[in-house]
Design a protein around this ligand. Sequence first.
Ligand SMILES: C[S@@+](CC[C@H](N)C(=O)[O-])C[C@H]1O[C@@H](n2cnc3c(N)ncnc32)[C@H](O)[C@@H]1O
Length: 488
Amino acid sequence: MTQPPSSPRFSDSLKRFTGILSEDDLRKIIAIQDAALPTGLRINPLKADPTAAIVALAQRYNWQVTPLAFCDHAWLIHSADFSPGRTIEHRLGEFYLQDAASMVPVSLFDFDTPRPRILDMAASPGGKTTHLIDRAQDQGLILANDASRSRIPALRSVLATWGGVNQVVTNFPGESFGAWFPETFDFVLLDAPCSMENLRPTPNHPLRQTTQGERLRLQERQIQLLISGLGALKIGGQIVYATCSLAPEEDEAVIDRVLRAHSGAFVVEQVADRLPFKTPGLTAFENETYHPSLVHALRLWPHLTGMSGFFCARLKKVRPLPIAPETPPSREFARTGLAPASPLLQSDINTQLLGRYGFDLLEVMQASQARLFTRHASVFLIPGAYLEQFSTLPFEYIGLPLGQWLGDTLQPAHEFFSRFGRFFTRGKIRIEDDQVDTWTAGRDIRYPNTDRTPAGQYLLVEDRDGRILGMGKLLERRLRNMLPRAQV
Ligand SMILES: C[S@@+](CC[C@H](N)C(=O)[O-])C[C@H]1O[C@@H](n2cnc3c(N)ncnc32)[C@H](O)[C@@H]1O
């Protein structure tokens, strides 16, 4: 058996792979421990043309970028003078920063179903949910769930910034979905809670030792979540099981246990051709052997991929699982305070948006199958699929805010401007180059260069290159900065 080279950084978690990895592999894993991982970035196709956007960003901020072979709209940034997370484009949701390995799971789905129903079982903070929204082109419905109440605000904030319409956030144990919604979803993502034992530490995920007891406790929960996800999946639907741990107990062993308990209910699909590296799953580890089809799983060793360690597998459901159905939690929809906008209000709002911005809301509603609802003065786009199929399921966040109906005028919402501003043909104001830093720092522009008569109009703010910079309110001698305070 190959002996692991001695190193002060050599962790017990790595020693466990002696015999599976060669001595050379083990050395390589140790050698990359201190090397920084390039930042991964995914452009938001709802808000920008990805190719034009990356060219503009790289030029503007002097980034060296290379495309990621396996993921649409994704690049690695190799050098950046200016932190990508501080840019106005990032704050407005034009791109998401994500480790490249985290872009693999959602890239594995075959999104060929029109208006799919998608369940993201363990979604917070929402990086992969934003990827699901892109892949589904914001059609159908994405139900983004997380069991942790304290992690719901982060999920809401990421999704509000990304700007999808057909989305709903819930806060339930993922273990319940199989019994509550049997054979309901076309796609399920289970990015499972795990030990994060990924053999490639990053500032967000420092290297940590995990005990066998902890791994087995996590395994038990992962098995229950996977059974639930499979239960909620339609026959023929796809579920991706993923963890950022390379501990086989949390990866192949989980799928193996469920395969053995529910033989013939699903298959592990061959997806190796999606990636430019050979990273098969294990069929044996320590004293255990796993189902031979686990060779189709993807075990992303960090030294082979140049990414952090990750595991994922795509499973296809073939037969129902014997899960006793249960009644899901229910809240009468009327208790949400949301009420359908009257045809008159819809028509008024559309007329205003057409007149002020050349924006046809009714066309967008038809394309996205969203409906207009009000709660007090607030107006929202609400996913039609939620109303049709899940209208009594309590949610934490839903749809996209459109604005406030004040008297007889719409005060647009930041989220609406930032999502749809690129389609506006009027109602824009350009600020000068020397005003951009002031604006992005959240301050007002004094004496904006415009001959418009200020009437408290809400305008889309752009720079000379047509870059969208958020919403401003034109006042006497001042353009008031309406960027959300949390973003400046
Ligand atoms: C790996 S993180 C998810 C990361 C997320 N998918 C992303 O890409 O941003 C796992 C999540 O599972 C949640 N979680 C833990 N136990 C859960 C359960 N029983 N049901 C649903 N979610 C759970 C945690 O709160 C955590 O947010």
